[in-house]
Write a protein that binds this ligand. Structure first.
Ligand SMILES: Cc1cc2nc3c(=O)[nH]c(=O)nc-3n(C[C@H](O)[C@H](O)[C@H](O)COP(=O)(O)O)c2cc1C
Length: 318
C-alpha cells in the first residue's frame, strides 16, 4: 500500500504471519534511472521478507523489463505488476488500471519482465476501467497465457475507487476460469471475512489491505492466533516507530509520516481523539515516543461510536 508498505511495516506483517507483503508501487521510470528517491523504496530485510516481492508500475513493456532487471539486482525475488492503481498520475502514462483497457500490452509486460529477470511475475488487477468495461476475464486469460505466476484481484472498477462493495463473484469466476493461483482481495476486515471469502470464492489466498492499517495482528489472527494484549500493542507501536525512524532519513519528516500510523493504532481506543491531536503537534521523536508509551500502556478499547468504526486510509496519502 502506497505510503504504508515500507520496510518497517512489511517486516511486522511478515512477523505476524503474512505469506507475502509486496512493496508499495514503485515507478519503473524512477527505477530505470536509479533515482535516489526510488532506490530508497528498495530497502528490505532479507532475513524476514521472504520472498521479497516488489511492485512495479509502468505502461511500457521494455521499460518495465529494464526496471525489473534493476529490481532483481537489488534483491527482488518476485515482481508484482500494478494493474489496478486508479490515480490519474499513474493511469495517464498507460500504467496501473489503464492496462485493463489494453490486455495485449498488459500481457507483453509480463512476457518481457519474465524474460528479462527469470523471476516469478504476479499482477494485481481491478475488475475493469468502469462498469461499461469490465475486462478482468480477458485480461486475466491474457496474463495467464503470458506466464503469470499468480493473480491478485480487487473486484472494484477504477471508476468505483473505494465506493460500493467489492464484487466477490468476480473472484469466483476468475478462480473457475484460471489455472494459476488467484488471490482474492476487497473488504476483508476480519478473520471471519477471510474465511467467508475463501469459502465463497474458492480463491487460493486472501489479500488484506485497509484492515491491516494499525492492525498487523490481523495476520496472526487469521492463522488462529490471539489479538494483541495492551502491553503487546504498546511494545509493537514503539518498535514500529523506532524502525520507521531508522528507515527515514530525517527525524522531523519521519515523525510526521508516522502520525498516520499512530492514528490507525489508536483507532477505537479510549481517548484516541485527544491522543491524536497531541501526537499531531509533536515534532521530536523522543516526545512522540513518550506520548505513545503513555497512551498505549494504559489504552483499552471502547465500544466505538460510528465515527470510529472505519479507519481513515486516506491519511496514507498525506
Ligand atoms: C492507502 C492505500 C494504498 C494502496 N496502495 C496500493 C499499491 O501501492 N498497490 C496496489 O496494488 N494496491 C494498493 N492499494 C489497494 C489495496 O491493495 C487493496 O486492493 C484495496 O485497499 C482493497 O482491499 P481492502 O478492502 O482489503 O483494503 C492501496 C490501498 C490503500 C488503502
Amino acid at each position: 500500500m502506497a505510503g504504508v508498505s515500507q520496510m518497517p511495516f512489511r517486516v511486522l506483517a511478515f512477523r505476524m504471519g503474512a505469506g507475502l507483503c509486496p512493496t508499495e508501487l514503485i515507478s519503473a521510470q524512477g527505477l530505470m534511472r536509479s533515482s535516489p528517491r526510488t532506490l530508497r523504496y528498495l530497502r528490505y530485510d532479507p532475513e524476514v521478507e521472504r520472498p521479497y516481492s516488489l511492485q512495479l508500475f509502468g505502461g511500457e513493456p521494455e521499460a518495465m523489463a529494464r526496471a525489473a532487471a534493476v529490481a532483481k539486482q537489488h534483491g527482488a525475488q518476485v515482481i508484482d505488476i500494478n494493474m489496478g492503481c486508479p490515480v490519474r498520475k499513474v493511469t495517464k502514462s498507460g500504467a496501473g488500471s489503464a492496462l485493463l483497457c489494453d490486455p495485449l500490452r498488459a500481457a507483453r509486460i509480463v512476457t518481457e519482465v519474465r524474460s528479462a529477470t527469470g523471476l516469478p511475475v504476479t499482477a494485481k488487477i481491478r475488475s475493469g476501467w468502469d462498469s461499461a468495461q469490465k475486462s478482468y476475464l480477458e485480461v486475466a486469460l491474457a496474463l495467464e497465457e503470458a506466464g503469470l505466476a499468480a493473480l491478485a484481484v480487487h473486484p472494484r472498477t477504477r471508476a468505483q475507487g473505494y465506493s460500493g462493495s467489492a464484487d466477490w463473484s468476480v473472484i469466483t469466476e476468475l478462480k473457475r476460469r484460471l489455472r494459476m493461483p488467484v488471490i482474492g482481495n476487497g473488504d476483508v476486515r476480519s478473520p471471519l471475512d477471510a474465511r467467508r471469502m475463501l469459502e465463497a470464492t474458492g480463491c487460493d489466498a486472501v489479500m488484506i489491505g485497509r484492515a491491516a492499517l494499525g492492525n498487523p495482528w490481523i495476520f496472526r489472527e487469521l492463522l488462529g492466533g490471539a489479538p494483541p494484549t495492551p502491553k503487546e500493542r504498546c511494545e509493537l507501536v514503539l518498535e514500529h516507530f523506532r524502525r520507521h525512524l531508522e528507515h527515514g532519513a530525517v527525524e522531523r519528516l519521519a515523525v510526521r509520516s508516522f502520525r498516520k500510523h499512530l492514528g490507525w493504532y489508536s483507532h477505537g481506543l479510549r481517548g484516541a481523539a485527544s491522543f491524536r491531536s497531541e501526537a499531531n503537534r509533536l515534532e521530536r521523536a523522543a516526545e512522540v515516543e513518550a506520548a505513545a508509551r503513555r497512551f498505549f500502556a494504559q489504552a483499552a478499547g471502547e465500544p466505538s461510536p460510528d465515527a470510529e468504526r472505519e479507519v481513515d486510509y486516506r491519511a496514507a496519502f498525506g
